[in-house]
Design a protein around this ligand. Sequence first.
Ligand code: AMP
Length: 453
Amino acid sequence: MSSFEDFKISKQLGYAIEDLGFEKPTPIQEKAFPVVMSGKDVIGIAQTGTGKTFAYMLPILQQLKFSKQVNPRVLVMVPTRELVVQVVEEIQKFSKYLNVRVEGVFGGTNINRQKEALAQGTDIVVATPGRLYDLVISRAVSLKSVKKLVIDEVDVMLDLGFRFQLNNIFELLPERRQNIMFSATMTEDIEMLILDFFRGTEKVSVAVSGTPLENIEQVCYEVPNFYTKINLLEHILKDKENYKKVLVFVSNKKSADLLFSQLSENFEDEVCVIHSNKTQNYRLRSIEQFEEGVHRILVTTDVMSRGLDLTKISHVFNFDTPSFPENYMHRIGRTGRAEEKGSSILFYTEKEAAAKEAIEQLMNMEIPQQEFPETVEIATKLTAEEQPRILEPDNPHKRIDADAPGPSFHEKKEKNKKTNQGGSYRREIAKKYKKPKTRGDKNYNKRNKRKKR
Ligand code: AMP
């Protein structure tokens, strides 16, 4: 365990830390400090409350030299106005003994006052993307001197649909800059963003569950498809005695809606849902009703559940297997808190088996496998994603690799490769007697005999 002295920080930062009463760096600060200092692009996986703001701000403040220039050199983007206010306050505390100018800008308030403030010159701008863009377009601020870009809570940012605004801002930033992102969860969207804009990114993350694994009983079921997962979930949830307060995780809004509407058929007054396409009021009501025990089951996405303080969760269901193992740790960390015993159930399809193995590797343990209950019906209906792909061999516009398997593709096990073609006896006979395959092919055998002669 290191101390702040190991970071060799300036005296001024040391005094501020003393005033704040911080004794030692938190794990994410310890891990992020050298990487941010190195100037590499960084993605930090850490939740609110882990000390993540200081994790990126400490090295930035350490490297920021005094300057009188007007244009900001550090840009911090966050998804909400509340977070702008909070991050500005934190920076002010850390830089108490430094000569650093920081300005917060966000929408929904008078833009002119923000223009005036920026005209005075600033070192660090903390902003929501929409308002920042308006300010740049109206030439109230220039981003051409930004050397360090921080995007905090990038998962929420993308979930709220800010990708377009982010792209616009990236266009206005200098090519040579350090990118630093922080997120509570890792998502496909974040991976895309990194691939598009980051270079040689280093990942730092901390053990996020916060709950000792011994407190959580974990099991998993191999399930063939989405609708069978619903059948299995409904089968288990019939036991209302044990499954008192249940969180069901899915990775995206679409699955959350589909699952919610399916579950509502059998558990109408017991289930509620939250994701980012629901209004704030709807979400608050759902969470309140779940906390008060009006609803027993809450369906949620990874991103939405972060920051929620839910108590006494009896079971966490992983309706799908997270492709980023850290998200699994987040999910199961919702149960088994404060000395209580918790329980986690994972459903995985054959396609998700590799993701399950990655989770097991991260935890350094195998998740015990449960037998699929015989009484649960195997669904034949498939979701749009599960439908077999239609190949178009003659389409001249097709991309060459369009039919190639995706990154999560893996070969079927031998026993699963068999396909049911029906009528095995008829097929045997047909082979033996070389029966014509179509009515118009009656001379098939004759023709073949002739050839042989
Ligand atoms: P954050 O995760 O950035 O929202 O920080 C959560 C809280 O932890 C804030 O109130 C910080 O002031 C506080 N904090 C940050 N770093 C430390 C530290 N090294 N020791 C104690 N508290 C800290």
